[in-house]
Design a protein around this ligand. Structure first.
Ligand code: ATP
Ligand code: MG
Length: 570
């Protein structure tokens, strides 16, 4: 395409509204424009990149036999009531009425619609397995839309849904998507990690997130370099040293006054005892009544772990009134000694001695407590993992890093097929529920993630596979006839060889052309300058390298093709 004819509104200054580099650069390079909070228009350049990502996704999905469909964006309330999500989904689901007073919503995801489709159309095991996908707009009324298209309200997602006759089939479908996603993200040029994610009621290891490694990521990844274990923070397990002795001390504890000292740091500095020797007692409301959970003072509780271990439907921090009622003391002074509710503890507590707990009384704590002083139902891994913890698999040291979630695969099991009656007749003519899986990719988020991963002070450094153009043909002086003629010829030859080339045919200063080329992250630049041309040379430069290569003008098309092919190999 010709730069002079394209709508590429680049901007020199950094836009104030943008907090992260990808957002700034997408605005500056003329990829997107904001319409309202979390809602963006894709301009020609951005859309070109987006379409390239879509093509990669389609190719890899189709290779696995998934079939593309396009489902409605607007969905009726009744379907969401069947899955009980109308009530559960919360405010991210944007709801509205039509002229006939029927309630509808904008699709944040499509399990209901696809399950409805398949339950109506598929009767027999012969028609299964089935994997249907779409690339489409989603709307989620996010509480904090930010970072441009990274956490938008309206965004493009690829969502796929698999239907199988049994567990084994569902696991194969899952692995197919695992492979497809791995290929997709490799082709997008990402440095990424595949991490285990929470499976909730489903259990097992059938939820993985694909995380692009980047400092601005909103997610924390816990990983082990020794054995390859990797999980998101919510899911990450921790290994515990088991060689210490469990203390048998009992009855040494003593009440001490801690006036107005509620938080761990306050109690710790007041008593001059380090937080590692304090134990927090957290009171929760759950569907199985009020429970207390203990964790070491310097660590945080992972509520997802408790929820999964105890198979709870819900868990939430108890309100002050409940705390007063079950402990006898106010918030901030709860402790395990004398407590009548079921107690669960993180395994750290098992090996502690002479620690501090709350006194279940205003302004009171207890020192020199030991685990024999109270009754714990069970000890589990309940804390939030962090750097330096032991790997749950091999006991080496865990590390952490930040990531951007670009994909998520999940085994759904019978959740939706049971709720919505998606059944088929098996070989023996028996009616069975379909086993489902769902698989999402944040298509628009991918562009932002790619920019977060590679950029410099001049702009984006995009992977060749998803950059808006592969090559920028840049005649330095637009009024120099020979330069322009050669540029035109190279440009046309590249197009004929199916190279996605841009020609900067604008009559502007060279500096402007160079700056725009860098800003837009085009991987290769062919510079045609008067001086070099006199000797029969042009220059080719990689966006991420300092030096350029001088190449004979007759060879430039062939060499460029080689470079593009090399850049696209993954
Ligand atoms: P997150 O934890 O980031 O909110 P999610 O768990 O809600 O993600 P899924 O429901 O699994 O996401 O959606 C599939 C994919 O869609 C995600 O992996 C992510 O890449 C993308 N995605 C989700 N929410 C947004 C958003 N608000 N803006 C852009 N992309 C999104
Ligand atoms: Mg979300």
């Amino acid at each position: 395409m010709r730069f002079s004819k394209m709508f590429i509104p680049t901007v020199k200054e950094d836009p104030k509204e943008a907090e992260v580099i990808s957002h700034r650069l997408m605005l500056r390079a003329g990829f997107i424009r904001r319409l309202a909070s979390g809602i963006y228009t894709w301009l020609p350049l951005g859309l070109k990149s987006l379409k390239k990502v879509e093509t990669i996704i389609r190719e890899e999905m189709n290779k696995k036999g998934a079939q593309e469909i396009l489902m409605p964006f607007v969905q009726p309330k009744e379907l969401w009531e069947e899955s009980t999500r109308w009530e559960k989904y919360g405010k991210e689901l944007l709801r509205f009425y039509d002229r006939n007073n029927r309630e509808l919503c904008l699709g944040p995801t499509h399990e209901e619609v696809v399950t409805d489709l398949v339950r109506k159309e598929v009767r027999s095991y012969r028609e299964l397995p089935l994997n249907l996908y779409q690339i489409q707009t989603k709307f989620r009324d996010e509480i904090r839309p930010r970072f441009g298209v990274m956490r938008a309200r309206e965004f493009v997602m690829k969502d796929a849904y698999s239907f199988d006759v049994d567990e084994e089939g569902a696991e194969k479908s899952y692995m197919d998507m695992y492979d497809a996603y791995t290929n997709i993200f490799k082709r997008c040029g990402f440095r990424f990690r595949i991490v285990e994610a929470d499976t909730g009621q489903i259990g097992g290891s059938f939820s993985h997130e694909f995380m692009v490694l980047a400092e601005t990521g909103e997610d924390i990844i816990i990983y082990c370099d020794s054995c390859g274990y990797a999980a998101n923070l919510e899911r990450a397990e921790v290994g515990y040293q088991q060689d210490k002795e469990i203390s048998a001390k009992k009855g040494y504890y003593k009440k001490v006054e801690t006036p107005n000292k509620k938080r761990i740091e306050e109690v710790s500095s007041f008593l001059n005892i380090p937080p590692q020797l304090l134990v927090k007692t957290i009171i929760y409301n759950t569907d199985r009544g009020v429970i207390g959970v203990l964790v070491r003072g310097d660590r945080d509780m992972n509520e997802t772990k408790i929820k999964n271990i105890l198979s709870l439907e819900y868990i939430e921090l108890a309100d002050e009134a409940t705390i007063e009622k079950v402990t006898g003391g106010p918030l901030g002074f709860s402790g395990p000694i004398g407590l009548k509710i079921p107690l669960y503890a993180d395994r750290d507590i098992l090996y502690m001695e002479d620690f501090v707990v709350g006194g279940n009384e205003k302004d009171m704590h207890i020192i020199n407590a030991n685990i024999s002083d109270f009754n714990v139902e069970a000890f589990f891994d309940l804390k939030i993992a962090k750097d330096g913890d032991l790997c749950p698999r091999c006991k080496a040291t865990l590390n952490s890093t930040k990531g951007i979630e670009v994909g998520h695969i999940f085994k759904l099991g019978l959740k939706y097929s049971k709720a919505m009656g998606a059944k088929f007749l098996d070989k023996n003519g028996e009616e069975k529920y379909m086993v489902m899986g769902c698989y999402g990719i944040g298509v628009s988020r991918i562009i932002a993630a790619a920019i977060e991963q590679a950029n410099d002070e001049n702009g984006m450094i995009l992977p060749c596979s998803i950059a808006p153009f592969e090559v920028d043909v840049l005649p330095v002086n637009s009024s120099h006839r020979d330069s322009m003629e050669l540029a035109e010829r190279i440009y046309k030859d590249l197009l004929a060889k199916r190279i996605d080339a841009l020609i900067d045919d604008r009559d502007v200063r060279p500096g402007v052309k160079f700056k725009d080329c860098d800003l837009m992250g085009i991987p290769l630049r062919i510079t045609i300058g008067e001086k070099n041309l006199k000797d029969g040379f042009v220059e080719i430069k990689h966006r991420d390298k300092k030096e350029s290569l001088k190449i004979k003008k007759e060879d430039i098309v062939g060499r460029t093709i080689e470079h593009v092919e090399e850049l696209k190999r993954w």
